[in-house]
Design a protein around this ligand. Sequence first.
Ligand code: NAP
Length: 483
Amino acid sequence: MTQVVDETLAAVPRGLLIGSDWVSTDATFEVTDPARGEVLAQVADAGVAEALDAVVAAHDAFGGWAATAPRARAEVLRRAYEIMSAELEQCARLIVLENGKAWNDAMGEAAYAAEFFRWFSEEASRVSGDFRLAPSGDKTIIVDHQPMGVAYMITPWNFPAAMATRKLAPALAAGCTAVLKPAAETPLTALWVAEVLRRAGAPSGVVNVITTSQPGPVSESVLADRRTATLSFTGSTFVGKLLLEQTARRALPSSMELGGNAPLLVLQGADVEEAVEGAVLAKMRNGGSACTAANRFYVHESLATEFTNAFERALGALKIGSGLDPAHDLGALVSVKERDKVLDLVHKAEEEGGAASPATGAPAEGAFLSPYVVRGVTHGQTLTREEIFGPVAPIITVQSTDEAVEMANDTEYGLISYVFAPNAGEGIRVARRMDTGMVAINRGVASDPAAPFGGMKESGLGREGGFAGIHEFLETKYMAVDL
Ligand code: NAP
C-alpha cells in the first residue's frame, strides 16, 4: 500500500498552473492526511501577484477558446472524462489521502466528478438561442449566448474532485477560461484534475490553478481585477456572503453553492426500513461532511421509536477506519479541528437536554468520530439550527405532517430536503411545500450531474449541473434586427 500511495502522490503536480507552466513558489504550505496525521506534500503558496498572473493567462487564452468550435471544446471534455474514468482509483486515493473519507465515498465522488466532464461535453454543442418576430411586428428578436470570460472558481474541501469538475466542465463547455482556487486542506485532487484536463488537450491558459494559504487577499484581488468576469463559489454561507460584498462592488455575476441544514422527514405511514436505508445514506455519505447531509430528522411520533432504534443499529454496524481500506464504511473527518467542532455540537446538545450516544467505537488516533444519534432534541435547539457537517443525527419527534413541514422550513437555509412518505404522490405533495432547491423523495441521494443542483434562501444563488449549469457561464445577448 505504501508504494501505491507514494506513486499516487508522486504523480501530482505541486506548483501553480499558470498558462502552460507548473510554476513553483518560494513559499509553500503543507497538506496533511487527517487519518494518520502525516504530511503528504508541500504545495506552492500563491500570493496576490501569482494569482493575478493566472488571471492574465486565463484572459489571454479566452479569445481563442471562446472561438474554438463547441464540438472541439466538447472533445477536450470528453477526453478528460475518459482519462478520469480510466484512473478513478488514483483520483479516489488522492481524495482519501487528503480528505480522509471512506474508499467507497471517494470512488463515488471520483465517478460523479468524471460525469460532469461527460455531461458538459454533451451540453457544449446544445446551447440554443431564440429567433422570432417581435409582438409589435416591427423587428426580429434574436437571442444568443456567449461565454462570459475569465471564471474564478473557489471550492471547498469536502468534495475536492466533484466541486472542481462541476465548475470547470460547464465553464469550459461554455467557452470560458478558468482560474481555480481549491481549499487549502485538499489542493492535491484539484491539481490532479487540472493535469487531466491538460492531458485531454485543454490549451495553455484555459485552466489555471492557484493554491494558497491566503484565500482572503488573493480572492479579493482576483475579484477586483477587471479581467475577471464571473465568480463561482462553493463553500459556507458565511464566506459566500463575504464574497458577495466584494462582487457587488463590480456587479460581478456570482454563482453561490452555500451551506445546507437539510431536514429529513419520516411521515406517518412511511416504510421504516426504506426510511432507515435512505437516512443512513443521507446522513453518512461523505461521513456527514456534505452540504446535502441530512442534518435534522423529523419523525412522526407513530414511527419514532422504531425508526430511531433501527437507524442507530444501522449506524452501529458501520466499520470506521482508514479510507484506504475498502472494508471501512466511514473514514476520518478532514481534520482534528473539524472533528472537535462536531464533538462540541454533541456536547452542546447534551447540555440542552438531548441524549447522545455513540453508535459504535472509532479509532482514537486521527480525526475519526463515531456516528451519534441524539434523542430528545427539540426544534430550535442548536443541532437543528447549525450545519453539523459530521456523523451526528438529532431526532425530533413530530405529531403531524404540517408540523414537520413547518419546522423543516424554519431555517435560513434551503438546499435540500428528504421526504419519506407512504407513497410517491404524498411525497410529491409534501416536496412542493419544502423551501429547498432540491427534494429527495423516498431516497437518500438526489445529486446527479444531469439535474440542477442548488439551493433557495441562504443556501445559494444559481444552479450547477443539468441544463442550467452551463448558463452560469454564459451571457444572454439580444439583437434587434429590422425586418
Ligand atoms: P469555507 O470555509 O467557506 O471554504 C470554502 C472555500 O472558500 C475554500 O476554498 C476556502 O479557502 C475559501 N475561503 C475561505 N475564506 C475565504 C475568504 N475570506 N475569501 C475567499 N475565499 C475564502 O467552507 P468549507 O469549510 O471549505 O466547506 C464547507 C462548507 O461548504 C459547508 O458550509 C458546506 O455546506 C458548503 N458546501 C456547499 C456545497 C453546495 O453545493 N451547496 C457543496 C459542498 C460544500 P481555504 O481552504 O484556504 O480556507
